[in-house]
Design a protein around this ligand. Structure first.
Ligand code: AP5
Length: 217
């Protein structure tokens, strides 16, 4: 199964990916997570990406396309779930070319729909574990002990691009450059929309229900 997960910043992509990959045995390939790992490791790629990420803009296509097509080639045969990639029409076209060269296609595109005010509140309240990547929210998804990861006892952190000012830019970038991909994929008949303005468990259940039905057909 090869899936693309689309949705605005804060729509819940990372939260739902963690559920989907466990349920269907897929590899989670998050462009944002890979970039943050490169930054933390101080690599040349991470340094190049830093200013774009911190301002809420997009990292140049040529960097991202090379990084993600390489990751996809190394994916296991069970399949993968793309989170945050593709994010521009150019990235989508290059992804399609690379998949075709390897006799693959995207089977399903899951589109998480939620309005800008809701996602802005979600993002500014997000906290995550620097060690295991677990995602929390100061109101909707609290850890058992305030500010401490349930999995490994590490102090939770706030992403540098989660400030209200940067979130405005990230949403603008999303509407201008990424939202058009929904129509691009709709032409292939592979898009499934989900109301993401519900609890994380309700969103998860609706995704599982749809994927289970699709797998059976
Ligand atoms: P990336 O890491 O991909 O960030 P994003 O797309 O902006 O998405 P987020 O991670 O902010 O949100 P999410 O949808 O995963 O939400 P989450 O589940 O965490 O990219 C970061 C940057 O890297 C980009 O700005 C760009 O610079 C660069 N980049 C990455 N990919 C690129 C590419 N392909 N091309 C160019 N540049 C690229 O949830 C958010 C919060 O809400 C959490 O606190 C969570 O607990 C809570 N929550 C989730 N679901 C619910 C719910 N149903 N109800 C209530 N709360 C919820």
């Amino acid at each position: 199964m090869r899936i693309v997960l689309l949705g605005a910043p804060g729509a819940g992509k990372g939260t739902q990916c963690k559920n989907i990959v466990v349920q269907y045995g897929l590899l989670h390939l998050s462009s944002g997570d890979i970039l943050r790992q490169e930054r933390a490791a101080g690599t040349e790629l991470g340094q190049k990406a830093q200013s774009y990420m911190d301002s809420g803009g997009l990292v140049p296509d040529e960097i991202i396309i090379e990084m993600m097509t390489k990751a996809i080639k190394d994916a296991p045969s069970a399949g993968f779930l793309l989170d945050g990639f593709p994010r521009t029409v150019n990235q989508t076209v290059e992804l399609d070319k690379s998949l075709t060269d390897n006799e693959m296609t995207i089977d399903y595109v899951l589109n998480l729909q939620v309005d800008d005010d809701t996602v802005a509140k979600r993002i500014t309240g997000r906290r995550s574990c620097p060690k295991c990547g677990a995602i929390y929210h100061i109101e909707h998804l609290k850890p058992t002990t305030e500010d401490i990861c349930d999995n490994d006892g590490i102090k939770l952190a706030q992403r540098p691009d989660d400030s209200p000012e940067v979130v405005i830019n990230r949403l603008k970038t999303y509407h201008q450059q990424t939202e058009p991909l929904v129509d691009y994929y709709r032409k292939n008949g592979t898009v499934y929309d989900f109301d993401a303005d519900r609890s994380p468990d309700e969103v998860r259940d609706s995704i599982f229900e749809k994927l289970d039905a699709l797998v059976k057909t």
